[in-house]
Design a binder for this molecule. Structure first.
Ligand code: ADP
Length: 181
């Protein structure tokens, strides 16, 4: 599904983010940018683990809520924007603020790179334990309201429940992907 807000088209879809044909793919990384499991592992494997590990090592880590870019190497995407989501600690540790910052900072880095299209995974909703429905709300709200030169934002779900939540929040229910009007 799609919607236009702030001249940004926001879409939700279910797919493997490593296959996305966008300018920049966002990685849900850890603060050492050391690679890991989940979407991080998938991106490393698809991009070429050795080259991506070397590029990440040169970045000197990344704070939760911040974002840093590397080339996309073997991905179709030209860049990978690595952001570090919050670990869910029950909701009293500014987790929502930090998660919103991940989306905002990733868009800011995309602007610096001149990326016109970007795909986000559901940051922090895997091993970091952020409640998926709340994370989807933060994601949609933040990409809708952040001023950016990016023209296409894809919110990539890896499961049907997350996709349904995105579609609901984006105002298209029942599910279905549409081109923007
Ligand atoms: P975090 O440590 O930030 O929680 P995870 O990688 O564990 O990151 O999970 C984040 C989200 O990414 C989860 O919703 C997970 O289902 C999803 N995910 C895992 N692999 C992929 C993939 N190849 N493409 C898109 N999303 C993925």
């Amino acid at each position: 599904m799609s919607e236009r807000a702030n001249r940004v088209t926001v879409e939700a879809l279910r797919t493997d983010i490593t296959t996305e044909q966008v300018d920049a793919v966002v990685n849900a990384a850890n603060s050492r940018l050391a690679g890991g499991g989940g979407v991080d592992g998938a991106i490393h494997r698809a991009a070429g683990a050795a080259a991506l590990r070397r590029a990440c090592a040169a970045l000197g880590g990344c704070e939760p809520g911040d974002a840093k870019a590397t080339p996309g190497f073997a991905l179709a995407a030209r860049w990978i924007i690595h952001t570090v989501g919050p670990v869910w600690r029950g909701g009293g540790a500014d987790e929502e603020v930090v998660l919103a910052s991940c989306y905002r900072r990733s868009l800011a880095v995309a602007d610096e790179l001149g990326a016109a299209s970007i795909a986000f995974p559901a940051i922090s909703t895997g091993v970091y334990g952020f409640p998926p429905d709340l994370a989807a709300s933060v994601a949609v709200r933040t990409v809708r309201t952040t001023p950016t030169e990016v023209r296409l934002v894809r919110l990539v779900a890896f499961d049907d429940a997350t996709l349904s939540r995105y579609l609901e929040l984006l105002g298209s229910w029942p599910a279905g992907r549409q081109d923007p009007m």
